[in-house]
Design a protein around this ligand. Sequence first.
Ligand code: FEO
Length: 467
Amino acid sequence: MKKYLCVVCGYIYDPAVGDIDSGIKPGTAFEEIPEDWECPVCGVGKDDFVVYEEEVSLKDTLKKHSNSDDNEAHDELAYNEIVKDVFAVGSQHWDRQLFDELIPLPDGTSYNAYLVQTDGINILIDSVEPEKADDLLDHLLDLDIEKIDYIISNHAEQDHSGAIPMVLDLYPEAKIITNPKCKTFLQDLLEIDENVFITVNDGETFKVGDKTFEFIYTPWVHWPETMSTYLVEDKILFSCDFFGSHRATSKLFVYDEYKVLEDAKRYYAEIMMPFRSHIKRNIEKVEKKNIKFIAPSHGPVYDKPSLIIDAYKDWISPNVSNKIVIPYVSMHESTALLVDYLVKSFTAYGLHVIPFNLPKTDVGELSMELVDAATIIFGSSMVLGGAHPQAVYAAYLTNALRPKAKYISVVGSYGWGGKMVDQLKGLMVNVKAEFLDPVLVKGVPKDSDLETIDNFVEKIVELHRNL
Ligand code: FEO
C-alpha cells in the first residue's frame, strides 16, 4: 500500500500506521479512508494528498505540488522563496493558544525570519521564539547555509530575537545590525556581547553584494526601538510586528484575504491599537518607499501591500462603525436581563449590537470589536461594593487598548449599593469617549425601570443617527 503526502503541510499518511485519532485503523489503504477525512496536521481534505514517492525528496515533492499557480511569478522559485535569493526561514506555531498570556490564538501564530543571499554573503533578518529555534536552524541547514555574516534585528521582543543566541552559537562569526536602542534592549534581554553589534541610524543604508538594506525607524509598532528594513532592489519591506497577523500557515503569500485581515485585526487590536498616532506617522514614512512585498514577522507575506496598508488606515482613522459593544457579567441574571433588553431594543432600531458575556468571552474577539465600535456599554452586577472583577478586567483592558469609541457607559444591577460606576469610570481615563449617564436597577429590571432604560436606548440611538 502506498503512502500519501499532504502537499499543504508535508504530513505523510502511512497505511501501516493509519490515523488512530481519526478512527483510521493501521492497515487502511489511503483509497479506503472516508472522503470526509481531514489531514490530522493542517485539516485539508484528501484532494490535497498525492502519492508519496520515497525516492523523490520531500522538498521536491512539496515544491512540485505547491500552489505556485496562485502566483505565476513564483513558478521558478523554491516554496519558501519570496524573490530570488530571499527566503522565509521562520517557524509556524500551529498550536499556540495564547499570546502575551492574554489573547487567544484560534489560528496559531508564526515567527517569521528571512534569509537574504548575495555574493556568498548571508544576511538573516530577525529570528524566532526561542522554543522554535530548531525550526529556524533546520531551515538554514536545509539551505546549506554554512555561515551567517549579518543578523538584522528589527525588534528586541523575544518572539523575534529570542533565538539569536542559538544562531550565534551555530554561526559565531555573525554580526548583529540594529539601532542603538534595540541594541540596549537585546543586551538587557539576551546578554549579547557588546562586540557583536553594528548600530545603524534612521534612514541609513547598508550595501552588501548587490543588495541594499535601508533601515527605517518605526517606533511603537511595537516597542520604542522597533524598526523596519527595506530591501531596495527587491522592494521588500520587512516590517516586523507592523502589519503582522496571528496566523500559522503553510502558504508563503496571502491567499485568503478575508481570513488574513481577520487575523491581522486580532493582532492589531492587542498589539497596535494603543499606538494609533504612531502608526499613522509610520505608515506615512514607509509609504514613501516603492513597496512590492510586505514581509512581516507574523503571518503570511503580502504581495499586494495595499491590502494591509488600507486596512490599517481604516483601523486608525477617527471613523467608527455604527456598532454597540456590550461586555457584561451577570451573577444572578438581573444584569443579563437588562443587557438582553438593550440588545433587543437596539436591534429593533436597526443598530448593530454585540453582547459579550465576559466569563465566556474570547477577549481577542472583544478586542477586535473595540477597534471600531462607536459605543461601549459595560454591564455588571454589583459585588462586594463595586463592579464584578470580570467587568473590572474588561474596563482595564479597554483602557489599555484605548479604542476610538465615541460613547461609553455602564449598566447593571445592585442589591443595596456600591461604587461600581465610579470605579469603572475611573479605570478608563485613557478612553477619550463621552461618558453617558449610566443605568442601574435594584434587583431585577422591573416595569418601573422601563422608562429610564428606554430613555437610555433612545439617547444612544439618536447619537448613532448622527455619527
Ligand atoms: Fe511579535 Fe513585539 O513582537
